[in-house]
Design a protein around this ligand. Sequence first.
Ligand code: ADP
Ligand code: MG
Length: 260
Amino acid sequence: MPYALEAVSITKSYPSDNGRNVVLRDMSFRAAKDEFVAFVGPSGCGKSTLFNIITGLMAPDDGAILVDGEETTGRVSEKIGYVLQKDLLFPWRTVEDNIILGLEIKGHSKRDARARASELLVEYKMAGYEKKLPGELSGGMRQRVALMRTMITDPQIILIDESYKALDYPLKIELEGELLDRVKGSGKTVIFITHDIEEAVTMADRVYVMKARPGEIVEEIEIDLGTDSHSIPERRMSPRFNEYYNRIWKRIGGAHASAA
Ligand code: ADP
Ligand code: MG
Protein backbone atom coordinates (compact mmCIF):
# COMPACT_ATOMS: atom_id res chain seq x y z
CA MET A 1 0.00 0.00 0.00
CA PRO A 2 1.38 3.46 -0.80
CA TYR A 3 2.11 5.88 2.02
CA ALA A 4 -0.51 8.52 2.79
CA LEU A 5 2.21 11.04 2.12
CA GLU A 6 5.67 10.68 0.70
CA ALA A 7 8.25 13.35 -0.02
CA VAL A 8 11.22 12.52 -2.21
CA SER A 9 14.38 14.67 -2.14
CA ILE A 10 12.68 18.03 -1.68
CA THR A 11 14.97 20.99 -2.22
CA LYS A 12 13.92 24.63 -1.99
CA SER A 13 15.81 27.90 -2.13
CA TYR A 14 14.77 31.55 -1.98
CA PRO A 15 16.46 34.39 -3.84
CA SER A 16 18.86 36.34 -1.61
CA ASP A 17 21.32 39.26 -1.96
CA ASN A 18 24.18 36.92 -2.81
CA GLY A 19 22.43 34.48 -5.11
CA ARG A 20 20.11 31.89 -3.60
CA ASN A 21 19.55 30.86 -0.04
CA VAL A 22 18.97 27.10 0.25
CA VAL A 23 16.24 26.63 2.85
CA LEU A 24 15.48 22.91 2.45
CA ARG A 25 17.97 20.39 1.17
CA ASP A 26 17.22 16.87 0.01
CA MET A 27 14.35 16.20 2.38
CA SER A 28 12.78 12.75 2.06
CA PHE A 29 10.18 11.42 4.45
CA ARG A 30 6.90 9.56 4.66
CA ALA A 31 3.77 9.33 6.77
CA ALA A 32 1.41 6.37 6.92
CA LYS A 33 -2.32 6.12 7.37
CA ASP A 34 -3.23 6.43 11.07
CA GLU A 35 0.16 7.84 11.94
CA PHE A 36 1.13 11.02 13.82
CA VAL A 37 4.40 12.39 12.50
CA ALA A 38 6.23 15.38 13.99
CA PHE A 39 8.92 17.61 12.56
CA VAL A 40 10.88 19.24 15.31
CA GLY A 41 13.51 21.85 14.69
CA PRO A 42 14.63 25.38 15.54
CA SER A 43 12.79 28.39 14.16
CA GLY A 44 13.96 29.27 10.69
CA CYS A 45 14.82 25.66 9.73
CA GLY A 46 12.17 25.73 7.00
CA LYS A 47 9.22 24.02 8.68
CA SER A 48 6.57 26.39 7.33
CA THR A 49 8.19 26.31 3.90
CA LEU A 50 8.04 22.52 4.00
CA PHE A 51 4.31 22.60 4.80
CA ASN A 52 3.63 25.03 1.98
CA ILE A 53 5.34 22.56 -0.34
CA ILE A 54 3.44 19.54 1.03
CA THR A 55 0.11 21.31 0.55
CA GLY A 56 1.11 22.36 -2.96
CA LEU A 57 0.81 26.07 -2.20
CA MET A 58 4.47 26.32 -3.18
CA ALA A 59 6.51 24.28 -5.68
CA PRO A 60 9.92 22.88 -4.67
CA ASP A 61 12.97 23.52 -6.88
CA ASP A 62 13.50 19.80 -7.01
CA GLY A 63 11.86 16.63 -5.67
CA ALA A 64 8.35 15.22 -5.50
CA ILE A 65 5.34 15.02 -3.20
CA LEU A 66 3.11 11.96 -3.42
CA VAL A 67 -0.29 11.62 -1.79
CA ASP A 68 -1.57 8.03 -1.68
CA GLY A 69 1.10 7.22 -4.24
CA GLU A 70 -0.05 9.87 -6.70
CA GLU A 71 2.25 12.76 -7.50
CA THR A 72 0.82 16.13 -6.44
CA THR A 73 3.98 18.29 -6.53
CA GLY A 74 3.10 21.98 -6.82
CA ARG A 75 -0.65 21.44 -6.80
CA VAL A 76 -3.19 21.51 -4.02
CA SER A 77 -4.58 18.11 -3.04
CA GLU A 78 -8.14 17.82 -1.76
CA LYS A 79 -6.93 15.13 0.60
CA ILE A 80 -4.83 17.54 2.65
CA GLY A 81 -6.17 19.92 5.29
CA TYR A 82 -3.97 22.64 6.77
CA VAL A 83 -4.27 24.29 10.19
CA LEU A 84 -2.16 27.41 9.87
CA GLN A 85 0.35 28.72 12.42
CA LYS A 86 -1.98 31.57 13.32
CA ASP A 87 -5.62 30.57 13.60
CA LEU A 88 -6.51 33.21 10.96
CA LEU A 89 -10.23 33.25 11.58
CA PHE A 90 -12.14 35.94 9.73
CA PRO A 91 -13.12 38.41 12.48
CA TRP A 92 -16.31 39.52 10.71
CA ARG A 93 -17.64 36.01 10.15
CA THR A 94 -19.46 34.14 12.92
CA VAL A 95 -18.03 30.94 14.37
CA GLU A 96 -20.25 28.76 12.16
CA ASP A 97 -19.46 30.79 9.07
CA ASN A 98 -15.73 30.47 9.77
CA ILE A 99 -16.13 26.70 10.15
CA ILE A 100 -18.05 26.24 6.89
CA LEU A 101 -15.66 28.32 4.78
CA GLY A 102 -13.97 25.32 3.12
CA LEU A 103 -17.29 23.71 2.21
CA GLU A 104 -18.67 27.01 0.93
CA ILE A 105 -15.66 27.44 -1.33
CA LYS A 106 -16.30 23.94 -2.68
CA GLY A 107 -19.86 24.99 -3.55
CA HIS A 108 -21.82 23.19 -0.81
CA SER A 109 -25.07 24.85 0.22
CA LYS A 110 -24.78 27.08 3.27
CA ARG A 111 -27.65 25.24 4.91
CA ASP A 112 -26.05 21.78 4.66
CA ALA A 113 -22.68 23.17 5.67
CA ARG A 114 -24.16 24.87 8.75
CA ALA A 115 -25.89 21.63 9.74
CA ARG A 116 -22.54 19.83 9.61
CA ALA A 117 -20.89 22.70 11.53
CA SER A 118 -23.43 22.42 14.31
CA GLU A 119 -22.69 18.69 14.68
CA LEU A 120 -19.01 19.51 14.94
CA LEU A 121 -19.70 22.25 17.50
CA VAL A 122 -21.46 19.68 19.70
CA GLU A 123 -18.59 17.24 19.28
CA TYR A 124 -16.04 19.95 20.18
CA LYS A 125 -18.09 21.03 23.21
CA MET A 126 -18.86 24.44 21.72
CA ALA A 127 -22.59 24.14 21.05
CA GLY A 128 -24.25 27.53 21.48
CA TYR A 129 -21.31 29.46 20.07
CA GLU A 130 -22.55 29.35 16.45
CA LYS A 131 -23.33 33.06 16.19
CA LYS A 132 -20.39 34.41 18.21
CA LEU A 133 -17.58 36.30 16.52
CA PRO A 134 -13.97 35.11 16.87
CA GLY A 135 -13.16 38.21 18.95
CA GLU A 136 -15.56 36.98 21.64
CA LEU A 137 -13.74 33.65 22.06
CA SER A 138 -10.84 32.54 24.25
CA GLY A 139 -7.59 31.41 22.61
CA GLY A 140 -8.47 27.73 23.12
CA MET A 141 -11.87 28.15 21.53
CA ARG A 142 -10.37 29.92 18.55
CA GLN A 143 -8.01 26.99 18.07
CA ARG A 144 -10.92 24.55 18.24
CA VAL A 145 -12.75 26.58 15.60
CA ALA A 146 -9.65 26.56 13.40
CA LEU A 147 -9.46 22.78 13.76
CA MET A 148 -13.18 22.35 12.99
CA ARG A 149 -12.74 24.48 9.88
CA THR A 150 -10.13 21.98 8.69
CA MET A 151 -11.98 18.84 9.84
CA ILE A 152 -15.28 19.78 8.19
CA THR A 153 -13.75 19.06 4.77
CA ASP A 154 -12.80 15.55 6.04
CA PRO A 155 -9.15 15.59 4.90
CA GLN A 156 -7.15 12.34 4.97
CA ILE A 157 -4.01 14.20 5.93
CA ILE A 158 -4.02 16.99 8.49
CA LEU A 159 -1.09 19.38 8.69
CA ILE A 160 -0.72 21.43 11.86
CA ASP A 161 1.79 24.28 12.02
CA GLU A 162 2.64 25.15 15.63
CA SER A 163 -1.00 25.85 16.37
CA TYR A 164 -0.70 25.49 20.13
CA LYS A 165 2.36 27.67 20.53
CA ALA A 166 0.66 30.75 21.96
CA LEU A 167 -1.52 28.90 24.47
CA ASP A 168 -0.80 28.50 28.15
CA TYR A 169 0.40 25.08 29.25
CA PRO A 170 -2.77 23.51 30.73
CA LEU A 171 -4.80 24.55 27.71
CA LYS A 172 -2.11 23.37 25.33
CA ILE A 173 -2.05 19.85 26.79
CA GLU A 174 -5.84 19.75 26.90
CA LEU A 175 -6.07 20.56 23.18
CA GLU A 176 -3.29 18.10 22.37
CA GLY A 177 -5.17 15.35 24.22
CA GLU A 178 -8.38 16.26 22.38
CA LEU A 179 -6.59 15.98 19.07
CA LEU A 180 -5.32 12.49 19.95
CA ASP A 181 -8.84 11.52 21.03
CA ARG A 182 -10.46 12.75 17.84
CA VAL A 183 -7.96 11.59 15.29
CA LYS A 184 -6.10 8.54 16.63
CA GLY A 185 -7.51 5.39 15.11
CA SER A 186 -9.66 7.30 12.60
CA GLY A 187 -7.45 6.31 9.66
CA LYS A 188 -6.25 9.87 9.15
CA THR A 189 -2.65 11.02 9.10
CA VAL A 190 -1.47 13.96 11.19
CA ILE A 191 1.74 15.78 10.39
CA PHE A 192 2.66 18.56 12.76
CA ILE A 193 5.57 20.86 13.16
CA THR A 194 6.81 22.18 16.43
CA HIS A 195 9.91 23.50 18.13
CA ASP A 196 8.60 21.95 21.36
CA ILE A 197 10.33 18.63 22.01
CA GLU A 198 7.86 17.62 24.71
CA GLU A 199 4.96 18.08 22.31
CA ALA A 200 6.71 16.00 19.65
CA VAL A 201 7.48 13.12 22.04
CA THR A 202 4.06 13.01 23.71
CA MET A 203 2.05 13.24 20.47
CA ALA A 204 3.99 11.59 17.66
CA ASP A 205 4.52 8.00 16.55
CA ARG A 206 7.56 9.17 14.64
CA VAL A 207 9.70 12.29 14.86
CA TYR A 208 11.91 13.82 12.21
CA VAL A 209 14.53 16.04 13.81
CA MET A 210 15.60 18.96 11.62
CA LYS A 211 18.53 21.33 11.67
CA ALA A 212 18.62 24.80 10.10
CA ARG A 213 20.61 26.51 7.31
CA PRO A 214 19.88 24.56 5.26
CA GLY A 215 16.90 22.72 6.67
CA GLU A 216 17.66 19.01 6.65
CA ILE A 217 16.54 15.91 8.49
CA VAL A 218 19.27 14.82 10.88
CA GLU A 219 17.48 11.98 12.63
CA GLU A 220 14.32 9.91 12.45
CA ILE A 221 13.01 8.45 15.72
CA GLU A 222 10.19 5.96 16.24
CA ILE A 223 8.39 6.84 19.46
CA ASP A 224 6.80 4.15 21.58
CA LEU A 225 5.83 5.41 24.99
CA GLY A 226 4.33 2.03 25.84
CA THR A 227 0.87 3.45 26.57
CA ASP A 228 -2.38 3.78 24.65
CA SER A 229 -3.58 6.62 26.84
CA HIS A 230 -4.53 9.84 25.06
CA SER A 231 -3.93 11.88 28.17
CA ILE A 232 -0.87 14.07 27.67
CA PRO A 233 0.10 14.09 31.38
CA GLU A 234 -0.07 10.27 31.40
CA ARG A 235 2.01 9.99 28.26
CA ARG A 236 4.46 12.48 29.75
CA MET A 237 4.85 10.14 32.77
CA SER A 238 5.95 7.21 30.61
CA PRO A 239 9.31 5.95 31.86
CA ARG A 240 10.57 6.22 28.26
CA PHE A 241 9.69 9.90 27.84
CA ASN A 242 12.99 11.27 29.12
CA GLU A 243 15.09 9.03 26.94
CA TYR A 244 13.38 10.29 23.78
CA TYR A 245 13.39 13.87 25.02
CA ASN A 246 17.12 13.79 25.76
CA ARG A 247 17.96 12.15 22.47
CA ILE A 248 16.22 14.93 20.53
CA TRP A 249 17.57 17.66 22.80
CA LYS A 250 21.12 16.44 22.17
CA ARG A 251 20.56 16.78 18.43
CA ILE A 252 19.06 20.27 18.43
CA GLY A 253 19.56 21.59 21.96
CA GLY A 254 22.32 24.10 21.25
CA ALA A 255 20.84 25.49 18.04
CA HIS A 256 17.38 25.51 19.58
CA ALA A 257 18.47 27.44 22.65
CA SER A 258 20.24 30.14 20.67
CA ALA A 259 17.45 30.52 18.08
CA ALA A 260 14.62 30.79 20.60
P1 ADP B 1 10.29 27.89 10.20
O1 ADP B 1 8.84 27.71 9.95
O2 ADP B 1 11.02 26.63 10.55
O3 ADP B 1 10.56 28.94 11.22
P2 ADP B 1 10.37 29.09 7.53
O4 ADP B 1 10.03 28.05 6.55
O5 ADP B 1 9.34 30.08 7.89
O6 ADP B 1 11.00 28.39 8.84
O7 ADP B 1 11.65 29.88 6.99
C1 ADP B 1 12.89 29.24 6.68
C2 ADP B 1 13.91 30.25 6.17
O8 ADP B 1 13.49 30.73 4.91
C3 ADP B 1 14.08 31.47 7.07
O9 ADP B 1 15.44 31.81 7.07
C4 ADP B 1 13.24 32.51 6.39
O10 ADP B 1 13.77 33.80 6.64
C5 ADP B 1 13.37 32.16 4.92
N1 ADP B 1 12.15 32.48 4.15
C6 ADP B 1 10.89 32.05 4.41
N2 ADP B 1 10.01 32.48 3.48
C7 ADP B 1 10.74 33.22 2.60
C8 ADP B 1 10.44 33.94 1.38
N3 ADP B 1 9.17 33.96 0.90
N4 ADP B 1 11.44 34.57 0.75
C9 ADP B 1 12.71 34.52 1.22
N5 ADP B 1 13.08 33.87 2.34
C10 ADP B 1 12.11 33.22 3.03
MG1 MG C 1 7.07 28.52 10.89
